[in-house]
Design a protein around this ligand. Structure first.
Ligand code: SAH
Length: 241
């Protein structure tokens, strides 16, 4: 069995208490997320999280996904740095994007921008299969190891340019892009199943951005709906351009 570092169940007498402390912090965070859901209902049309998404957010130990020195801030409702100029997304945004995907337990989801793997872990509890692509090799490798160590066995991480998607595993019921693009990359649109939903921030790299819900109906007709102004790191153009 592959295992190292901090284990899910803790590794010493003090970890039981630490786990309880984090459980309380997670509850507080969920209260804040639900508050923000209510505050933004005018934009998003969703005033609260579904039970499934609420539960999934409550189960993921976010402190395992932040750098060691930032563990005490792991349950603050903010994006945080994870090195390589990248971030772990704000928990409210993770919750909102997950919520708007309307995922079913049998679904297969593609994520672009694994980062530390937090969003992938949240998705893991909600669907059958998660495929996640990360551009920075060090981050992707670390996230893959972390997810395996924590027991997220239905998540597969690959290093590469997410703008190309993962054609071998397509079509996907849901696609979530966690970095901003100017337009929806065509391969991602092609790899979205009929009846599928995609969440993607669109706009300028360091300017105005909107979180956009892209839906493909049963006939393959695509529509876009801007949901909320957001701030994401750029989806880099790799070898595909
Ligand atoms: N999903 C993460 C947030 C990641 S931040 C979370 O759960 O917190 C966005 C990530 O997208 C960064 O790690 C960045 O390296 C990655 N990224 C940027 N451009 C990419 C591309 N073209 N393909 C794949 N990943 C990309």
């Amino acid at each position: 069995m592959f295992s190292f570092g901090r284990s899910r169940s803790g590794d010493g007498a003090s970890s039981g208490r630490a786990k309880d402390d984090f459980a309380a912090a997670r509850e507080r965070l969920l209260t804040e997320i639900e508050y923000e859901m209510r505050e933004t209902v005018g934009y998003t049309g969703r005033g609260h999280l579904s039970d499934r998404v609420h539960r999934a957010m409550g189960e993921v130990p976010r402190h395992e996904f932040v750098p060691e020195e930032d563990v005490q801030n792991a349950y603050v409702n903010r994006a945080r740095g994870i090195g390589y100029g990248q971030t772990i997304s704000q928990p409210y945004i993770v919750a909102l994007m997950t919520e708007l995907l309307d995922l079913e337990p049998s679904d297969r989801v593609l994520e672009i921008g694994t980062g530390c793997g937090y969003q992938a872990a949240v998705l893991s509890g909600l669907v059958a299969e998660v495929y996640s692509i990360e551009f920075v090799p060090e981050l992707g490798t670390e996230a893959g190891e972390r997810l395996r160590r924590l027991g997220y066995d239905n998540v597969e991480v690959r290093i590469g340019d997410g703008r190309l998607g993962w054609p071998e595993k397509a079509p996907f019921d849901g696609i979530i892009v966690t970095a901003v693009a100017e337009d929806v990359p065509q391969p991602l649109l092609d790899q979205l199943a009929n009846g599928g939903r995609m969440m993607i921030p669109l706009g300028a790299s360091y300017g105005a951005q909107d979180l956009v819900l892209v839906t493909k109906d049963e006939n393959g007709e695509v529509s876009h709906k801007a949901v909320l102004p957001v701030a994401f790191v750029p989806l880099v153009k790799g070898a595909s351009e």
